[in-house]
Design a protein around this ligand. Structure first.
Ligand SMILES: Nc1ncnc2c1ncn2[C@@H]1O[C@H](COP(=O)(O)OP(=O)(O)OP(=O)(O)O)[C@@H](O)[C@H]1O
Ligand SMILES: [Mg+2]
Length: 379
């Protein structure tokens, strides 16, 4: 999940440097440990023998009255033997982690050696975004998206609904260019998206995942998210836009509050709004939000909704919606069933024409919007 966000935000180069540095920091002590594991038993044994010889010499020099002292020395030796074994045991456990460290290093090397092939054209402002007969298959021959075609325009809010497993997240991943259609195309301003630079895409298309992850660092670090070009002013503007600024100011050190230490004190709703701020900090043209299936606190839901209403004028909003309140701000809604775009229309029109949409809205209304309607309807 974190990997997804790191890709989407184009944070990879900075993040990779951070991980590399951590990896190096951990790797050196690991190598040291491996050396010690081999060296320590030998050293320890030699030391034990040396002590034994010294003790025997002492006994020899001082005669029989030292028998009691010999007992004490032997006792100390036995005790420290157990202690030595404990140390060895801990070291061995560290050694067991080595394969994982090696695997991580190998993976990093592998990715560095296989860069993706992308177009080189600079991406202008995204006015229109859509798909042209896009198919997608995780396993060759087994399409999970079947010929999806649509076009959305800047300033629109588009909802996506559909039963669990229908293909909503797969569609979102194509929009984010995390996946590429197996046939057909993702189109931007009428042209194939693949021809445009990926860095530009990451800057212009932003994302709030279903279960957003915070990183260890300050509130500002979390919003900036490995994009050093975003300054403090932009961080604060994004936080205000995501309706989380006031809460941040109520924390002991404001934007400098370290999240790692108080991550459990941050509610699901605050987490979502911090990650919304993260997504808005880069002033994107397109914002894609995958709504959590379970309800957040009412205050947060309202705050996010107000925020989305406000953002809507300037960006193309794409919302995987699980809540009626979210659907109500959508200009048009896509209904995805079994990997097919069954309908795409205004909410009022869908209410009259689409069975799935009608079921979803009725169930949500009956349950007072506390439950995830799409999952209910799919049962
Ligand atoms: N990484 C994957 N590898 C193989 N198949 C996958 C993978 N991810 C999803 N699928 C399959 O693709 C289909 C569409 O899944 P997707 O996650 O896009 O559905 P969804 O509409 O987002 O569902 P939900 O509402 O539960 O999030 C499902 O049949 C799913 O099992
Ligand atoms: Mg999904």
């Amino acid at each position: 999940m974190m990997a997804e966000e790191i890709q989407v935000f184009g944070a990879s180069p900075v993040y990779r440097r951070t991980v590399d540095e951590l990896n190096r920091q951990v790797f050196r002590p690991m190598m040291m440990t491996r050396f010690l594991i081999r060296a320590v038993p030998a050293l320890y044994q030699s030391l034990a023998f040396l002590l034994l010889i010294l003790a025997l010499a002492a006994v020899y020099l001082s005669g029989a009255r030292a028998i009691a002292e010999l007992g004490a020395v032997v006792l100390i030796l036995v005790r420290s033997l157990a202690f030595g074994q404990q140390i060895q045991h801990s070291l061995r456990r560290l050694d067991e982690l080595m394969p994982f460290m090696n695997r991580l290093r190998k993976a990093l090397d592998h990715y560095a050696a296989h860069p993706r092939q992308d177009g080189n054209a600079p991406l202008p402002r995204i006015e229109r975004l859509g798909m042209q007969d896009a198919h997608y298959a995780y396993v060759p021959g087994e399409d999970v998206l079947h010929g999806i075609s649509f076009e959305a325009r800047g300033g629109e809010a588009i909802g996506i609904v559909g039963p669990s497993g229908a293909g909503k997240s797969s569609l979102v991943q194509i929009l984010l260019r995390l996946r590429q259609p197996t046939s057909g195309a993702l189109e931007v301003n009428g042209a194939d998206a693949q021809g445009f630079r990926r860095e530009d895409w990451q800057r212009r298309v932003s994302y709030v995942p279903q279960s957003p992850q915070l990183i260890y660092g300050t509130v500002a670090d979390n919003i900036r998210f490995y994009r050093p070009e975003i300054d403090d002013e932009q961080v604060e503007r994004a936080a205000r836009l995501a309706h989380v600024h006031d809460e941040i100011m109520s924390w002991s050190e404001g934007y400098r509050t370290v999240i790692g230490q108080r991550v459990s004190a941050i509610s699901g709703g605050q987490r979502q709004r911090l990650c919304l701020a993260r997504a808005l900090a880069g002033a994107p043209d397109v914002l894609i939000l995958d709504e959590p299936t379970s309800a957040l606190d009412v205050r947060s839901e309202l705050a996010v909704q107000e925020s989305l209403e406000q953002i809507k004028q300037d960006v193309l909003l794409i919302l995987v919606a699980h809540r009626l309140s979210t659907l109500s701000i959508c200009d048009r809604v896509m209904v995805i069933v079994d990997g097919r775009l069954q309908a795409m229309d205004e909410p009022a029109a869908l209410l009259a024409s689409n069975d799935f949409y009608r079921d979803v809205t009725e169930i949500t209304q009956r349950q007072g919007m506390t439950q995830d309607p799409t999952h209910q309807a799919s049962r």
